[in-house]
Design a protein around this ligand. Structure first.
Ligand SMILES: Cc1cc2nc3c(=O)[nH]c(=O)nc-3n(C[C@H](O)[C@H](O)[C@H](O)COP(=O)(O)OP(=O)(O)OC[C@H]3O[C@@H](n4cnc5c(N)ncnc54)[C@H](O)[C@@H]3O)c2cc1C
Length: 275
């Protein structure tokens, strides 16, 4: 039976556990920390692993006989050679208290079946797509805005990244800067990818919840576009339960109807976490 060493992970240094069936054991390639609550990491991609940009997968660590698995949006696009994740660090979180300590060379377990509703195929075509993200809810959009398919379907992509503090915006800021400068995808995004950042707590040029900015119209005024409407706009929403509920109510008020993978519609939602 294949076993996997637990590498640098605390509490499990010298242990070895069998790789569960239906699970890939991949190596951490790189890790980047942004704040004491946020980090991202890249792992090797199994050749047979296929997913659609925007989907999520269950990941865990090989530090127990029965590893704890959690849902993670894949932040890298479907064409990438590696898999990227953008993660929270929950101090006593069963997974992330350990996950935040990973280093290159460590092993990540990844279940083989990706799934999710935040895929472009779940939306009907339109001029524009809004991607409303708060916190790590940005992760699926990090995948989608790097996928040429998104630009084939929509003329304009408006990504809103709303976080508590300025430093929480770092991952998204780096991402968009790198996309714009990328020799391949950069050209596609020119004048079509619009990135709107805001904070809810720390001082920043744009402040306030995205729901407030939709409701009072300041989001659209700042972009120079007409208010949300069914004819031209589609939406993808990823954040906390409260954020989903509130943004969903607003897009429905604008006349958009919810879609799914089996029945494409005007907007789709996904939780960024449970609780
Ligand atoms: C469909 C889906 C996709 C997800 N994608 C991601 C992702 O890409 N990146 C990511 O970091 N997490 C993501 N999550 C959350 C993830 O599954 C775990 O909850 C998270 O990694 C913490 O795991 P834990 O075992 O340490 O703590 P848990 O026991 O899972 O969580 C403890 C508490 O921490 C809070 N919490 C958990 N996750 C977050 C978060 N992301 N942001 C803010 N507060 C949180 C909640 O209040 C939760 O009750 C996703 C969840 C779902 C349902």
């Amino acid at each position: 039976m294949n076993t996997v060493a637990t590498g640098n992970l605390e509490n499990a240094k010298s242990l070895e556990f069998p790789i569960p069936s239906g699970v890939f054991a991949e190596k951490v390639v790189s890790v980047e920390h942004y704040t004491d609550r946020l980090f991202s990491f890249r792992i090797t991609r199994p050749q047979s692993f296929r997913f659609r940009s925007g989907e999520f997968v269950m990941i865990g660590l090989p530090n127990a006989e029965k590893p704890v698995y959690r849902a993670y949006s894949i932040a890298s696009p479907a064409w990438d050679d590696e898999i990227e994740f953008y993660s929270i660090k929950v101090p006593d979180g069963p997974l992330t208290q350990h996950l935040q300590k990973i280093q290159p060379g460590d092993t990540i377990l990844m279940r083989q079946k990706p799934t999710g509703t935040l895929i472009v195929d779940a939306l009907t075509p339109a001029k524009r797509v809004y991607m409303f993200a708060t916190g790590t809810g940005l992760a699926p959009f990090a995948s989608l805005i790097r996928d040429p398919e998104t630009y084939e379907k929509f003329d304009e992509i408006i990504l809103t990244n709303t976080c508590r503090d300025v430093a929480d915006l770092q991952y998204g800021d780096n991402l968009v800067r790198d996309i714009v400068n990328d020799p391949l995808i950069g050209e596609l995004t020119e004048g079509r990818l619009r990135y709107v950042t805001a904070t809810t707590r720390e001082d920043f040029p744009v402040m306030g919840r995205v729901t407030t900015r939709i409701e009072d119209g300041s989001l659209f005024a700042a972009l120079g576009v007409e208010p949300l409407n069914r004819e031209n706009d589609r939406a993808m929403i990823c954040g906390s339960m409260d954020m989903l509920k509130d943004v969903k109510a607003l897009v429905e008020k604008a006349g958009l109807e919810e879609g799914s993978v089996s029945t494409p519609g005007d907007f789709v939602v996904e939780r960024a976490f449970v609780g």
